[in-house]
Design a protein around this ligand. Structure first.
Ligand SMILES: Cc1cc2nc3c(=O)[nH]c(=O)nc-3n(C[C@H](O)[C@H](O)[C@H](O)COP(=O)(O)OP(=O)(O)OC[C@H]3O[C@@H](n4cnc5c(N)ncnc54)[C@H](O)[C@@H]3O)c2cc1C
Length: 435
């Protein structure tokens, strides 16, 4: 029987191990648990949800993470099946009883004859044969060193992220395209503010509720990536002379500039997602929406990703990984989960599924499966393998999908069209590759 070593039994590793096992592959699943734990893990079980118990929206017709889950169900995801079985009432969201959820997956793993579990920290990856590395954002330092050596130093520590908004939700009546002093390709969206708006915005930033930080999140780590609310506390004009500097940003319609100006930077090739430049933040997500929506151009902004702040070890995937999640320099080594730059429980499990499917194809000497940008599963894999410079983690959202052809009556019709196209594509891929 062919064997795959899976390192890390979190969301991605557990998903990969169970998929491989169900397809007749012997798995050796390594985790430092239960003997030791990373600073965020508490439970002795596999597939631990380290923070929230929500796997986000379950509505596949109007939410990209809902669609991702539906695609995963079609592909035989064990993680989503376990979540469906441990669901607790939470409106449209798929929230779970975290203990039952991890227990269900752990029981399944321990009950499989072809899965051997090994407890201990993996420090070297020289198992030989096909290996999937899924050690997550808190990969232990010794293994980080090994991964650095393997990937040629392409290992990032990312501490804080800025929110990302949908381009179509930016109110262009209050914004304009252009670069400072007209230098550049004119791709930034500029969101000016008058004096009163700026001062109210700074006051709101200062009084907004911040997310709790865990002890292990050493403040010193964040120096190069100062949250916007911390900068704001240095003085009323600090942001206006820094992150929100208006100089050289003239609205071509009026030839005037704002008292302050937020720039939005394009996040993807199609220009569907924009990053709030310099607005890395540790505010609670609801507060981020409330405070940033005070900027006139963002009053109806749809937040595709909120800013987050925690240790997050991930590799520079666009440089080192293919769309199948295998290393370009050594296609026997796959990566999966948050360490690849996908962000979130469901996204991590989805990448585990893709890595496992392609690990089997690798064992069989067959070409990898490309889920294409028509599916959320494939679009995340494409994002990870091809994103531009300054690679940042990404969760499921419509912005990563290949744009639709034709006109759609409204947002709901557009999202339905995305879902129909994605699920049909998954169906076709399953038939074509006999998945
Ligand atoms: C503090 C924090 C809070 C988060 N909150 C949320 C949230 O609320 N919602 C959300 O969707 N996402 C959240 N995330 C992001 C992310 O989705 C989760 O971290 C998710 O668990 C990632 O899945 P994974 O499989 O990649 O890694 P993990 O689930 O972390 O699994 C990695 C596994 O690898 C093991 N391991 C690590 N190093 C080694 C080693 N050297 N040898 C052997 N085993 C090892 C660990 O013990 C662990 O079991 C959070 C992340 C962090 C750090």
């Amino acid at each position: 029987m062919k064997t795959v070593n899976v390192v890390g039994g979190g969301l991605a590793g557990a998903e990969a191990a169970l998929y491989l096992s169900s397809h007749g592959v012997k798995v050796v699943l390594h985790d430092i648990k239960p003997k030791e734990k990373t600073p965020a893990h508490r439970s002795e079980k596999f597939a631990e949800l380290v923070c929230s118990n929500s796997l986000k929206s379950n509505d596949y017709l109007s939410n990209a993470c809902g669609l991702l889950k539906e695609e995963m169900r079609a592909l035989g995801s064990f993680v989503i099946a376990a979540a469906d079985g441990c669901r607790v009432p939470a409106g449209n969201a798929l929230a779970v009883d975290r203990e039952r959820f991890s227990a269900a997956i752990t029981g399944e793993i321990r009950g499989r004859e072809n899965i051997e579990t090994v407890c201990g920290e993996v420090k070297k990856l020289g198992f030989g044969g096909v290996t999937i590395v899924a050690t997550g954002p808190l990969t232990t330092p010794a293994l980080e060193e090994e991964i650095k050596a393997l990937t040629g130093e392409h290992l990032y520590f990312f501490d804080a992220t800025s929110p990302i908004v949908a381009a179509e939700s930016v109110d262009m009546e209050h914004a304009f395209f252009g670069d400072r002093y007209g230098k550049g390709s004119g791709d930034h969206i500029n969101c000016p503010m008058d004096k009163a708006t700026y001062e109210a915005f700074v006051a709101a930033l200062l009084s907004a509720e911040r997310a709790e930080r865990k002890d292990f999140e050493n403040a010193a780590v964040f120096e190069g990536c100062m949250p916007v609310e911390v900068m704001a506390a240095r003085g009323i004009d600090t942001l206006r002379f820094g992150t929100l500097k208006p100089v050289g940003l003239y609205d071509p319609r009026t030839n005037r500039r704002g008292y302050a100006c937020l720039q939005l930077r394009r996040e993807d090739e199609d220009g569907t997602m924009y990053n709030l430049v310099g607005c890395q933040t540790n505010l609670k997500w609801g507060e981020q929406k409330r405070v940033f929506s005070m900027i006139p151009a963002l009053k109806n902004a749809e937040f595709l990703r909120y800013g987050v702040m925690h240790r997050n070890t991930y590799i520079d995937s666009p440089k080192v990984l293919g769309m199948d999640f295998a290393l370009k320099s050594d296609p026997d080594i796959f990566f999966a989960g948050q360490i690849t730059g996908v962000e979130g429980y469901v996204e991590s499990a989805a990448s585990g599924l893709v890595a496992a499917i392609n690990a089997i194809r690798r064992l069989e000497g067959k070409e990898s499966v490309d889920f294409t940008r028509k599916t959320v599963t494939g679009a995340l894999a494409h994002y990870v393998a091809t994103a531009a410079e300054d690679f940042q983690p990404m969760n499921a959202n419509y912005g990563v999908l290949e744009p639709l052809c034709g006109e759609h009556r409204d947002k709901a019709a557009k999202r339905r069209a995305y879902a129909e196209r994605a699920l049909e594509t998954i169906d076709n891929i399953k038939k074509e590759y006999r998945l």
